[in-house]
Structure formats: structure tokens, C-alpha cells
Design a protein around this ligand. Structure first.
Ligand code: HEC
Length: 101
């Protein structure tokens, strides 16, 4: 029952605009540990390109959003839509826009 409620809360949060503080912490953790495994722990680039504010400055939100949600066919960039909602991906893009080393 508790697990059920928790799942419901998580699903509701995932689709309700700005992610909650808890979810934001989870997304930052994901960014460091999962995205970081290809994009570098400090997002300075690795197998994948750098995701620092400067590096993505001239790329449109929609372009980055689509890349995160759908991945890029023929490259190592995997789709994340099963784990991240569109609102959360948008939040991540805004986060990246302000993220410098
Ligand atoms: C298995 C490796 C891998 C993982 C994990 C990964 N990426 Fe990527 N990502 C890539 C590669 C490789 C590219 C470049 C694809 C290309 O050549 O066009 C890329 C491209 C991108 C781009 C487009 C950057 C640009 O300058 O066009 C964004 C944004 C991005 N990734 C975000 C993320 C986020 C956010 C995560 C975690 C939720 C993530 N990636 C996890 C490999 C990865």
C-alpha cells in the first residue's frame, strides 16, 4: 500500500511541471552519475560532447530536449524518455544552461 502511494506520488510529480525538490536532487544525481559516465563527471565531455552552459549556448531547447528524450540514432546517446518526463528533461536543459565548472 505504501509502495503504491509512493509510486503514485512519483508518477504525479514526474508529469506536473517543475519537478519537486526531491526529484530535482534525483535528476542532478542522474546527471552526474549516468549522463556523467559519457559526458564526463563534471560534464566537460568524454565519449559524449560537453554539456556545460557555454558548450550548448547556441543550441535550441527543443533540439537538446529531443536528444535527451529520444537519444540519437547511430550514436551512443541513448533515449531517456522511460526515465525522465518531458517536463523533467526541460528542467535539466535549464539546469545545464546555468551549469559551469
Ligand atoms: C552511453 C553514453 C551516453 C550517456 C549515458 C548519455 N549520453 Fe548524451 N550523448 C552521448 C553522445 C555520444 C552524444 C553525441 C551524439 C552525436 O554524435 O550527435 C550525446 C549528446 C547529448 C546531447 C546533445 C549535445 C549537443 O551538443 O548536441 C545532450 C543534450 C545530451 N547528450 C544529454 C544527455 C543527458 C541529459 C544524459 C543523461 C540523462 C545523457 N546525455 C547520457 C552519449 C551519452
Amino acid at each position: 500500500m505504501k509502495a503504491c502511494l509512493l509510486a503514485l506520488v512519483l508518477v504525479t510529480e514526474a508529469w506536473a511541471g517543475t519537478p519537486s525538490d526531491t526529484r530535482q536532487q534525483q535528476l542532478i544525481h542522474l546527471l552526474k552519475h549516468d549522463c556523467g559516465s559519457c559526458h564526463g563527471l563534471t560534464l566537460q565531455g568524454g565519449l559524449g560532447p560537453a554539456l556545460l552552459a557555454e558548450a550548448i549556448a547556441d543550441k535550441a531547447d527543443a533540439f537538446l530536449l529531443t536528444t535527451i528524450l529520444n537519444g540519437r540514432k547511430g550514436t551512443a546517446m541513448p533515449p531517456w524518455r522511460d526515465f525522465i518526463s518531458p517536463a523533467e528533461a526541460q528542467w535539466l536543459v535549464s539546469y545545464l544552461r546555468h551549469h559551469q565548472n
